[in-house]
Design a protein around this ligand. Structure first.
Ligand SMILES: [Zn+2]
Length: 244
């Protein structure tokens, strides 16, 4: 297996709304004299992930970076007037984030770049600025996309964990089961995070669950307060016998 340390994201430089397959790109690249499709993965408009060149093979997508990188291409990148634009559908964004996370984990890759970020640093300040871009591809800021994806993931995880903590007072048995979920190791946590991203209705479920939990906690609080004339501890996860 070759040494891979980067992922480079591309667009197909086709107009928004026009769908193409890995087979189409394979044909275009052969017509340009390549030995088949230059990318390793293609993400279609509906988020379908198609395999291109095998990851074990050196790609043909970014001069100077092919030997060490994996190339992922989303279909699109031009607006209706043929100008560079971030035309990714929500499905493409979701799948792109997911496949990058999977590949990073599988190959231990730290560096994720857009094609344009591989342009030469003309003024040597260590940052590839827009005026230095040799190409617009992939027409969005990949680093910013990954950063905001991680932030979203963190918020979703918090939104998931808080209702779980609240519901911990329902009974000891239920609490133990849920705690084992929270105490997942990092790999299963990451897998679970990916499932969260995949599930577009997750936020709705979270708010439903949160409302349900808050309602329940208020009810329990009132009951215990009335009964013992004492302020109960909402965050006592050990749960007293009376909670069973
Ligand atoms: Zn490109």
């Amino acid at each position: 297996m070759r040494k891979i340390d980067s992922i480079i994201v591309h667009c197909s430089a086709t107009k928004a709304g026009q769908d193409f397959t890995a087979a189409d790109i394979d044909r275009w690249h052969r017509e340009r004299g390549f030995n088949g499709i230059g990318y390793h993965y293609v993400i279609r408009l509906d988020g379908r992930l198609e395999k291109g060149r095998d990851v074990s093979l050196i790609g043909a997508h970014c001069k100077g970076w092919n030997e060490r990188s994996i190339g992922i291409c989303y279909v699109g990148g031009l607006n209706e007037n043929g100008q560079p634009a971030d035309t990714r559908t929500n499905a493409q964004k979701r799948v792109l984030y997911q496949v990058i996370m999977d590949l990073q984990r599988e190959y231990g890759i730290l560096q994720v770049l857009g094609h344009r970020d591989t342009s030469p640093d003309l003024n040597g300040d260590g940052v590839i600025e827009p005026y230095e871009y040799m190409k617009a591809c992939p027409c969005f800021d990949v680093r910013e996309f990954m950063k905001s994806g991680r932030e979203l993931l963190f918020i979703l995880l918090l939104a998931f964990i808080i209702p779980v903590l609240f519901s911990g007072c329902r009974c000891k048995k239920e609490m133990l089961n849920r705690n084992s979920k929270i105490e997942m190791d990092s790999s299963s946590l990451s897998r679970y995070s990916n499932e969260i991203l995949r599930d577009s209705s997750f936020e709705e479920k979270i708010s439903e669950k949160t409302e349900e939990c808050i309602e329940y906690v208020f009810l329990m609080t009132k009951k215990r307060f009335d009964k013992r004339k004492n302020i109960p501890c909402l965050f006592d996860f050990r749960c007293s016998k009376g909670d069973k």
